[in-house]
Unconditional design. Sequence first.
Length: 158
Amino acid sequence: MPNERDLETSTGAESTAASHSATPAAPAAQATRDPTRSDPTRSDPTRSDPTGEPTPGQLVSSLTARAPDTVLALFVVVGIVGAGLVWLVVPVWWRVVPAFVLLSAVGGWGIADRERESQGRRRVVVAVVRAAAVLGSLIAAATLVLIFMGVTLGSWIS
């Protein structure tokens, strides 16, 4: 039969163990917190994929958000001038035109993405620029895929 001293020691140990076991529970509760709360791009359900992977729009927005305005403007100018020069001066190199179009579309998207919160007529212009950037990049990407397939497969099919 345990004496009073053993009972006090065991009760003290249990309360100490209870207080120590409560301490790790707090970080565990914080660890189970929703990780999307801290990331503003993932908290908006319209801007993320249900699988947790970033959408192409998110990727382009995150890449262009880090680029300075001058770099985005340079993308647009180099893309347009490069595509025009290749098309007019060296038309046999037409296969690089879609790459220039992609470059200018990324620059245009980035500039329009920064002006997304504008009001009035400017908001409509920004929406049109973003739509043109998306359409141009889709067409250019599809063309690049077809060019790649044509070059790599070449005469295998015929």
